[in-house]
Design a protein around this ligand. Structure first.
Ligand code: HEM
Length: 272
């Protein structure tokens, strides 16, 4: 300890850097070009992936908590998820300082690598209920990862467990939904729509389910804002060029905006 009361002798103690494995994290920004702005490009992706890691950690635990009727615990985790989402939405402002001229300088070195292949993004989509089988092929080259992805692909989403919670609360939910093939994207159901309508009409009686619904809407809303800002930032940087992942680029990103994770929670607003 020095004369200011601060610990400075760490020969026998764990340091901050050791605890956080900073050597590993901070030596993982390998630029493929010598272009100055490639550092921003790498860091923004890595930061987003770290936040995605925490989103998955929270959403998966929330799915478990809802399944065990521990709704207040789930609310806390889901509230954290939407705060994390605001961080990754804000991150687009930093990336928007990358100009088309700067990006063009190193874009070719990326080859076919694209955020399209982000497996954590896919795991988040799976956890929220958007299941696209063709995505899984990307991960075949790594059997351990492929198995992990297959598992999250087949698992019930947060909306599946929310529907189960409606059933447990006594709503006459279509039985086939409870044992459905969870690897398919949920398409909507009248009994679920009716149940949410009842919840929103009588919030005093169904306060927990009402809160759950609003937390899910928060998350979907933020996810859409993230997608929108991504699409606009991409347009600003590459215009309407095709993506490194092979898609049509901006028009592909625009088309993804049409997908809804929790359809009844949006439709119920019109019916109230
Ligand atoms: C200069 C910056 C960026 C450009 C030009 C860009 C461009 C694109 C394009 C064109 C696609 C469509 C797939 C393709 O053909 O490649 C895409 C997908 C994607 N990008 Fe980016 N992107 C950028 C930054 C980021 C960042 C910082 C992230 C954060 C992790 C990200 C995450 C994703 C994800 C998750 C997808 C898949 C979207 C989906 O399929 O719904 N991108 N990107």
């Amino acid at each position: 300890m020095n004369d200011k009361g601060i610990y400075t002798d760490f020969k026998e103690q764990m340091t901050y850097g050791e605890y956080l494995d900073l050597d590993k994290i901070l030596s993982s920004q390998t630029r493929l070009s010598d272009h100055h702005d490639e550092m921003l490009f790498i860091v923004i992706h890595q930061v987003s992936e770290l936040w995605m890691k925490l989103i998955l950690h929270e959403v998966n635990s929330a799915i478990e908590a809802i399944g065990q009727d521990e709704l207040p615990e789930a609310f806390k985790m889901l509230a954290r998820v939407s705060r994390i989402q605001t961080q990754i939405i804000q991150a687009w402002d930093v990336l928007a300082t990358l100009t088309p001229a700067e990006y063009t300088e190193f874009r070719d070195s990326l080859g076919r690598a694209s955020g399209f292949q982000s497996y954590q993004n896919r795991q988040i989509e799976f956890a929220l209920g958007y299941k696209q089988a063709h995505i899984l092929k990307i991960y075949e080259k790594d059997p351990v990862l492929a198995e992990k992805l297959q598992e999250s692909y087949e698992a019930p989403s947060i909306y599946d467990v929310a529907i189960q919670a409606l059933k447990k609360a006594g709503f006459p939910i279509n039985e086939t939904l409870l044992t459905r093939d969870f690897s398919k994207t949920y398409e909507g159901d009248e009994t679920v729509a009716d149940a949410w309508l009842e919840v929103y009409r009588d919030t005093d009686t169904y306060w927990d389910l009402y809160q759950l619904a609003e937390k899910l809407v928060d998350i979907e809303d933020c996810h859409q804002q993230w997608r929108f800002r991504h699409m606009k930032t991409v347009e600003r940087i590459i215009g309407h060029k095709t993506g490194t992942g092979g898609s049509a680029g901006v028009s592909y990103l625009q088309s993804v905006l049409d997908h809804r994770f929790f359809p009844e929670l949006w439709n119920v607003r019109t019916k109230l």
